[in-house]
Design a protein around this ligand. Structure first.
Ligand SMILES: [Fe+2]
Ligand SMILES: [Fe+2]
Length: 360
């Protein structure tokens, strides 16, 4: 994973991006649908509850199940000619507006961008499903196995809801972005429960909570908003599992193990951030006369870049990492330099460790 990422780095002014441009390479990354994963498997003969907080989370998950087919009103229309997300919620719409394009074009660009973003979230949901399936094997305690199993059905439901939304209401499921594919494969291939939990449950789930919450707030469509609210409530439970589990891991870890975890988290978030939507812009930009490099150069060199770039990270991921002690003086400044952390000092971030979404 690391090597592949390193090969695709380049400088845009002061900002280092990760960009895949070779179509053949991108296609072959997507065609790698068989992934070799070294898996541990643990039996346990302790069937009683050992980790009460996880048992509680499992119980909450049972009570809050929902049905993607019947609990959402699929008769609600969704149209390219109406805003699904408010215009402020779409980077492509804003760019088109700046270039003086008419409102119909802005709406079309926003619709395409949303389709692309949802498609990436959908592929991420598939990775979460597979990773949680792995957790039922690699976890050692029955509470963890039960919880992971309950998350598997949540993720199946998210795949169901989002794929139906795209197919029924939007039309196109876009292929997975190459940077995302490399990172998700890296987590699925990771050899310890620790890395899988930190990477998927804390980082990716935390990012998902931030993105879903942002889109829900900007939603201008009832079906879309309701679907997001439902998914988000499940994701908050998932992010909570990540934090609760990692808290126990961190408590027992040696200083060098902590350092390794801090580094691992930093590498993943840095790589995610380094793509700066280039994968999306390469696909959709030309259709609207947007040059991907110019867009990213302009965005990353703006004086207030960090302020808006950090929004998704400051929502859930960074407070959670901070509460786990996995953002220290070692990485804080690096996060700030990359526009992942902004404003608040580490000490001022919320300490509950779950971000801002209450767990239902
Ligand atoms: Fe999910
Ligand atoms: Fe999830």
């Amino acid at each position: 994973m690391k090597k592949l990422i390193e090969e695709h780095r380049k400088k845009f002014g002061n900002f280092e991006v990760i960009e895949f441009v070779d179509e053949q390479e991108i296609t072959s990354l997507r065609d790698q649908i068989n992934v070799d994963v070294p898996m541990e498997l643990h039996w346990t003969w302790e069937y009683g509850s050992e980790v009460e907080e996880l048992r509680n989370l499992y119980e909450k998950g049972k009570v809050n199940q929902w049905n993607a087919e019947t609990d959402l009103d699929w008769s609600t229309p969704v149209s390219k000619d109406e805003w699904v997300l408010k215009p402020e919620g779409s980077m492509m719409a804003q760019m088109c507006k700046l270039m003086g394009k008419d409102e119909a074009t802005q709406k079309a660009a926003a619709f395409d961008e949303l389709g692309y973003t949802l498609s990436q979230l959908l592929h991420g949901e598939q990775a979460a499903l597979q990773l949680c399936g792995q957790l039922t094997n690699v976890c050692e305690k029955m509470d963890e196995k039960w919880y992971a199993a309950s998350q598997v059905i949540d993720e199946a439901r998210h795949i169901e809801a989002i794929s139906k939304f795209i197919q029924r209401k939007m039309g196109t499921i876009y292929p997975i972005g190459p940077t995302l594919k490399v990172l998700l494969d890296g987590l699925l291939e990771a050899d310890t429960a620790q890395k899988k939990t930190l990477g998927m449950q804390c980082l990716f789930e935390g990012m998902a909570v931030g993105i879903f919450d942002f889109m829900r707030q900007e939603s201008a469509n009832d079906l879309f908003g309701t679907m997001l609210r439902r998914v988000e409530q499940d994701e908050a439970r998932h992010a909570a599992f990540g934090v609760l589990t990692m808290r126990r891991v961190v408590r027992e870890a040696e200083p060098e193990q902590l350092e390794e975890m801090e580094e691992f988290a930093f590498e993943i978030l840095e790589a995610l951030n380094a793509n700066q939507q280039l994968d999306m812009l390469a696909l959709l930009g030309p259709k609207y006369g947007l040059d991907p490099h110019n867009v990213v150069m302009a965005a990353t060199s703006m004086p207030n870049f960090a302020e808006f770039n950090s929004l998704m990270y400051m929502h859930t991921v960074m407070p959670n990492l901070k509460s786990l002690g996995l953002v220290t003086e070692r990485t804080e400044q690096q996060y700030r330099d990359l526009g992942i952390l902004w404003g608040k000092q580490r000490q001022e971030m919320p300490a509950d460790g779950f971000g801002t979404i209450p767990i239902a």
